[in-house]
Design a protein around this ligand. Structure first.
Ligand SMILES: [Zn+2]
Ligand SMILES: [Zn+2]
Length: 154
């Protein structure tokens, strides 16, 4: 699935603000959608559809949770990231995009700011004409623990 966060993101600070965005988009702020938003506001970790369905109060079924997440994504409130070969994990859209790095040996994930890679982003764009982005798919490499190295390279 293409990354809908390439469309207009609508970061919000509360479930009430999210409800306004939903209504603006002509969608309904159903209790199921609010319950999903409550789950996402309670964490900064991207969550699977199953985790969200399970944590929602009351617990939701997975297929309707998936459809509701897709709707929340369409209106710009929610986005998803894939770690490894896994399915999309969902998180709230933030003011500043969160990028991820994934260790392909131990599977650990860390979040970082796009600003951290500014210089590299410019260089890659100049040399190969791509604008890098590690929000939908993470940067993949080996973490310091797996390299047996505790200091940054270079
Ligand atoms: Zn995707
Ligand atoms: Zn590792």
């Amino acid at each position: 699935m293409p990354d809908s966060s390439l469309r207009a993101a609508r970061p919000v600070g509360s479930v009430d603000e999210a409800v306004d965005v939903l209504r603006e988009g002509g969608g309904r702020a159903t209790s199921a959608r609010r319950a999903i938003l409550d789950v996402l506001f309670a964490t900064t970790d991207p969550l699977s559809t199953e985790q969200i369905a399970q944590r929602a109060v009351p617990v939701q079924d997975v297929p309707s949770t998936y459809r509701n997440l897709e709707h929340l994504e369409t209106v710009g409130l929610v986005r998803h990231v894939h770690f490894g070969h896994g399915p999309g994990l969902y998180e709230l859209v933030a003011d500043q995009e969160r990028w991820y790095a994934l260790c392909e040996s131990c599977g650990s994930v860390s979040a970082f700011s796009p600003d951290d890679l500014d210089a590299m982003a410019t260089m890659i764009d100049e040399r190969i004409g791509y604008r890098i982005r590690f929000a939908h798919f993470p940067l993949v490499g080996l973490c310091r623990d797996c390299r047996g190295d505790d200091r940054p390279a270079g």
